[in-house]
Design a binder for this molecule. Sequence first.
Ligand code: SF4
Ligand code: SF4
Length: 310
Amino acid sequence: MATQVESPIFVLTSWFKGLGQKRIRIVRLISQLTFLFVLNGTFLGLSRIPAPLPVHLPVGSPFVTAWGGFQAMQYVVSRGQFPFLVLGMFFLTGAIFGRMFCGWACPVGFWQDLLSWLPISKTKVGRTDNRGFIFIAWFGIIVSLLVLAISGLDRISGNAITSDARNQMFFDFFDPVGFLFGTLYYALTWENITLDYNFIASLDKVDMGVRLKFILLIAVTLMSMKVPRAYCRWICPTGAILGACSRYSILTVKVDKDAVVENLTSSANACPMGISISEFTTEGIKDTLCTLCGNCIDANPDALSFGIRE
Ligand code: SF4
Ligand code: SF4
């Protein structure tokens, strides 16, 4: 790993200067804000719909209006059923739009984008590690689904099953972002936790699982400040499954055939998912980490554009 050091003033100045050239970034920001409120919109009077979406909506988020993709998958498996509908949703959206929901809609992705804007020097992760650490997400997916499949089979065979969250949403029991998007709200509402100088002491009033999630959240937050979208790259099960379904997505980012490869360095540097320059091709981006965010196009609009994969 190599560290790029930039002063906070330089980063802020560049950010404001570059705003005019970030047309896609601005449209995406509007989209992310809209989805943030729509997907957490019950407090605005929006109804909940029992439909899974290819975004990460931690279980227990108080105002959610839909099911997160992996959360829906866990629930179905925990009932002893095969998640045909959820997998179909992942395949369909992944095949057409790739991971566009990650770039343009998911509130957890948006939260990490906000963290990455903090004027803190970023760490560049080598291509091999960037790809390799995805095993963390797949490990979480396999363990969670195995545990839930066993509990689901018990359920349909009539054995007693407790209503413990681990029997329905195993991954979410440990999911650090669940603390931020759900647990924190309830803990504050029930006054278990106080957001003042007593905060750390008040954690004594919540159970061990909540404290573990809080510690993991701190770790993920710090990591996402240094490595943009670290949770999306390596931990999120929804993103990993969507990525697997989007390898040959119809929509992609393409390099102009007359583009000079050296000029693509600025695009690779602008990529929040750390996609290497070698993955930028005239047929389309080859890396399943691509969220179609468009940052690379903003960085080099003459050489790159959204397009249909060939
Ligand atoms: S990978 Fe990131 S943006 Fe995509 S669903 Fe997961 S948290 Fe959301
Ligand atoms: S390759 Fe481009 S569109 Fe894909 S994630 Fe990176 S910056 Fe975004």
